[in-house]
Ligand binder design. Structure first.
Ligand code: UDP
Ligand code: MG
Length: 327
């Protein structure tokens, strides 16, 4: 019988992975059975169109800990991951890719670290990316550098979506009002005590990548706009620069006019165009500022999280008498 509250849930988003599935089941099961703790595997079938759904249900017959969630249509890696996280029941929840690029053996190390050091988040950090293409390595390094600037240095570099979350961290995610958080940025932002386990990223076990360039660009755009309103302010800066240049050119034009080095009618026309251009950009920037405020209000993320509050737990009697005697 499967325990009602497993100690560990492993969430696996799966999209058209029929060739990987047998390898995944064999390897993951070996690791999880050896842990000696009750677990569940939450396989999220992201609207696969190949034999994946049937293969999952077949695997489930021999592996009662395998739970299969099927999304109605292909929704993408992040939404599939989120669906699994929101429905996982374990005290700890690990998310892992189906293609065995993240070695399942690392799960044991993550769990041990979290339990020993009482951590809420353990990131799987890629020790080396030599199995990735040079292009992927370069785009990833630009991405992580940019994200650390925008979100903060607590975003671990080269930590993808292979990570462990405690129940408390999953509940914090669940309470976020956002519908489509970029998990690898929002999770560090939650501010829980965290650790890292390094691993060697392996080659895809079978099949081909489901992350074409267009999806990588979409993820990068999502990542930037979900944490920064800076692009909206570009117009403000351009407008201000325009005003400064305009001031300079006004001086130049007046000098040229006084020297008689202008065509009649040119200074007024020229200055009007410059001035209007700058004013328009400034107004656009101003609109951007308000849109930015609306955007953060709509995101409705909490401004802070409290880690501890001594009032929330009953104070020890000795402390009470001390406070009493002071008053
Ligand atoms: N995936 C998914 N839905 C998608 C695309 C991918 O659930 O629309 C899954 C996929 O099955 C795999 C994981 O997300 O388990 C990572 O995808 P992939 O390995 O293709 O990405 P890469 O490692 O090449 O970046
Ligand atoms: Mg992969």
């Amino acid at each position: 019988m499967v325990a009602s509250e497993p100690a560990l849930s492993v969430v696996v988003p799966i999209y058209n992975e029929q060739s990987v599935l047998p390898l995944l089941v064999a390897r993951l099961r070996g690791v999880l059975d050896a842990l000696g703790e009750p677990y569940e595997v939450v396989a999220v079938d992201d609207g696969s169109t190949d034999n994946t759904p049937a293969a999952l249900l077949a695997a489930r017959r021999e592996w009662p800990q395998l739970r299969v969630i099927r999304l109605r249509r292909n929704s993408g890696h992040q939404p599939a991951l989120l669906a699994g996280l929101m429905r996982a029941r374990g005290d700890y929840v690990v998310s892992i890719d189906a293609d065995l690029q993240d070695p399942p053996e690392t799960i044991a190390a993550m769990l041990r670290l979290a339990q020993d050091q009482n951590l809420d988040i353990v990131y799987g950090v890629r020790a080396d990316r030599s199995t990735d293409t040079a292009f992927k390595r370069w785009t990833a390094s630009v991405y992580y550098r940019l994200m650390r600037r925008i979100v903060g240095n607590h975003v671990p570099a080269h930590a993808g979506d292979f990570r462990l979350l405690s129940r408390a961290a999953v509940e914090a995610l669940r309470e976020l009002p956002e519908r489509t958080p970029v998990l690898r940025l929002v999770v560090p932002w939650l501010g829980f005590p965290s650790g890292e386990v390094t691993f060697e990223r392996e080659k895809r076990a079978a099949g081909h990548t489901k992350y074409p360039l267009s999806r990588m660009v979409a993820l990068a755009a999502d990542s930037i706009t979900s944490f920064s309103a800076a692009p909206l302010r570009v117009a403000t800066w351009l407008g201000l620069a325009g005003v400064a240049v305009c001031g300079l050119l006004v001086a130049v034009t007046i000098v040229a006019y006084l020297l008689g080095a202008t065509v009649s009618g040119w200074p007024s026309l020229y200055l009007a165009i410059l001035f209007l251009g700058a004013v328009q950009l400034l107004c656009l920037g101003l609109l951007g500022e308000y849109v930015a405020r609306i955007y953060t209000a709509v995101q409705a993320r909490p401004a802070y999280y409290i880690a501890d509050d001594t009032r929330a737990t009953a104070p020890a009697p000795a402390q009470v008498s001390m406070v009493d005697s002071l008053e």
